[in-house]
Ligand binder design. Structure first.
Ligand code: MLC
Ligand code: AMP
Length: 518
């Protein structure tokens, strides 16, 4: 039976309304061979939502989650939406000090972690005032499920308005402190609906879900994309190129960061025949090299569709899936570009004083629209800084829009490294290095890497009379930071190049070390 038409903005209700009429059809098949029906997703998220509701949490309470990818973890996300609470996903790579910061800053009422981490996570959480800590493992065990099974599998979603918070996603800060981007039900819903139309989702589509579900790409773009079209998913707990290629014959849509495409290209099984059943390959979260774009076309006969987005804004631009009437009917997916602003999303390129620039001139990319977040959690000053006086959000990306309307990103004004689709802020890593014994100063820069696109390299200056061992620097950082943030190489140097103001010239360092992984 179809649920009634939705008269409010709770994203869950809109996803649920798109479920197929026959709830006993398959919705998810995992790489371990488990099959979940649409009814399973509905019941599991209802039971968890009833458990959350039974806790009597205040309006706007946060549910922070650091667990391995599983269908139950996805159901927990859906349950949080259903219950009208705020979902706060955390990368499984984050370590103690990072988790301590996020929990201290967000003050979640509920924390869900793996059984293996319960000891240290619960200690941090209870100290920060969290009322409930549950466990959830990727083998369908843990106290969350033990408690949820005692609750009803029927649940009426809590009505939400477009402006109500749905999720907080932490993005690292340029000055070290991470900021929580507050996303509303209206943000998530508008983006999901736009992408469903722009990427031409079909009734018989099947998505290969290969990304983690703690960032925008896997959690919103991929998951919402399938659910709001009632499309089943082949579900990979951890990306494996051979499994992905093996699934192409049963799927139609794949979404990945460029590293996933690079890894699949290294597989001899990647052929036009293997990819014949596929309809669409989408790439984003980091620049897709033109070599990868072209190699993919040669090896599979498919042209990757590249799009561009951010945690604060969800998806902003996309190459066309088919002729776009707004841009003279152009339908070409152009490698090296991120395409056109999505319908309803305004994009401008601005120069000095936030003045819009003419076509083809490089400037800061600024955006406006129903997709743009509400602000940074408890950082009104930071929020104000990132918006122009006339209400545009400054992305920190540099680019231009050509005469044909295509946008190209040429760099970033923010000091940021994007490694395998994860953001690494040099300021945060330098801060951690500078605290190590014997270190006077450091600089971290991104250099090209064949697998991750870009990785960090650390240059360290020792204090006078002190010896610093680069390997010990790396080892010490691995105890403090998520490992993807740890520079892949470290060098102790006598000095760093500086400009006349004394500022480290990172462009010279990037140039000097750019061949390191060639
Ligand atoms: C893992 N490692 C990385 C890394 N991923 N190092 C640098 N960059 C990365 N991205 C390191 C680990 O710390 C570890 O080091 C070693 O590599 C092996 O770890 P692994 O877990 O086995 O790695 P693997 O499974 O191969 O992971 C690689 C990956 C993963 C590419 C599959 O990074 C990934 O899923 N990336 C996708 C990120 C994503 O979803 N981004 C979307 C953000 S949303 P050690 O030292 O411990 O041995 C966004 C907005 C938008 O940006 O527009 O979409
Ligand atoms: P995040 O803060 O993790 O959401 O990362 C957002 C950033 O990723 C953007 O500001 C861009 O710098 C970058 N990004 C996302 N998609 C692309 C793309 N297709 N090409 C280049 N950079 C991208």
């Amino acid at each position: 039976m179809k649920p009634p038409a939705v008269d409010h903005h709770n994203v869950w209700s809109h996803l649920r309304a798109a479920f197929p009429a026959d709830l006993d059809r398959w919705a998810v098949e995992t790489d371990t061979g488990l099959i979940y029906t649409w009814r399973d997703l509905d019941r599991a998220s209802a039971m968890m939502a009833n458990l959350l509701a039974s806790l009597g949490l205040p309006e706007g309470a946060r549910v922070a989650v650091q667990v391995n990818k599983s269908v139950e973890a996805m159901a927990l996300y859906l349950a949080t939406l259903r219950a009208g609470l705020v979902f706060l996903p955390l990368n499984t790579a984050y370590q103690k000090a990072e988790i301590e910061y996020f929990i201290g800053d967000a003050e979640p009422a509920v924390v869900v972690c793996t059984g293996a981490n319960f000891g240290w996570v619960s200690k941090i959480a209870f100290k920060a005032g969290t009322a409930y800590v549950f466990t959830l493992n990727d083998d369908r065990t843990g106290s969350l499920l033990e408690r949820a099974v005692h609750h009803s599998d029927v649940h009426a979603p809590v009505p939400r308005q477009a402006d109500d918070l749905a999720a907080i996603l932490y993005t690292s800060g340029t000055t070290g402190r991470s900021k929580g981007a507050m996303l509303t039900h209206g943000n998530l819903l508008s983006n999901a609906l736009v992408l469903r139309d722009y990427w031409g989702w079909q009734p018989d589509d099947v998505l290969i879900h290969a990304l983690p579900i703690f960032h925008v790409h896997g959690l919103f773009v991929a998951l919402h994309g399938a659910l709001i079209n009632g499309s089943p998913m082949l579900w990979m707990s951890k990306f494996d190129p051979q499994t992905a290629i093996g699934w192409f014959s049963r799927a139609t849509v794949f979404m990945g960061v460029p590293t996933l495409y690079v890894r699949m290209l290294a597989e001899p099984g990647l052929t036009p025949e293997a990819a014949r059943h596929m309809r669409l390959f989408i790439s984003g979260s980091a620049p897709l090299l033109i070599d990868t774009f072209e190699a993919w076309r040669q090896r599979t006969g498919h042209t990757i569709l590249e799009r561009y987005g951010m945690s604060e804004t969800l998806m902003l631009t996309s190459n066309p899936y088919r002729a776009d009437a707004r841009y003279g009917g152009q339908s070409e997916r152009r490698g090296g570009t991120v395409g056109f602003p999505l319908p309803g999303v305004e994009v401008r390129v601005a120069g000095e004083g936030d003045r819009p620039l003419p076509a083809s001139e490089i400037g800061g990319i600024q955006v406006r629209g129903p997709n743009v977040f509400k602000g940074y959690w408890r950082m009104p000053d930071k929020t104000r800084e990132e918006f122009t006086a006339d209400g545009w959000f400054r992305t920190g990306d540099l680019g231009f829009q050509d005469e044909r309307g295509y946008i190209t990103i040429v760099g970033r004004s923010k000091d940021l490294i994007i490694s395998g689709g994860y953001n690494v802020y040099p300021a945060e890593v330098e801060g951690a290095i500078n605290e190590l014994p014997g270190v006077a100063e450091s600089a971290v820069v991104g250099v090209p890497h064949p697998d991750f696109g870009e990785v960090g390299v650390a240059l360290v200056i020792a204090q006078p009379g002190q010896a610093v061992d680069p390997e010990q620097v790396i080892a010490a950082l691995k105890g403090r930071l998520a490992h993807f943030k740890v520079p892949k190489r470290c060098y102790v140097v006598a000095e760093l190049p500086r400009n006349t103001m004394g500022k480290v010239q990172k462009n010279l360092l990037r140039e000097q070390y750019r061949g390191l992984f060639a």
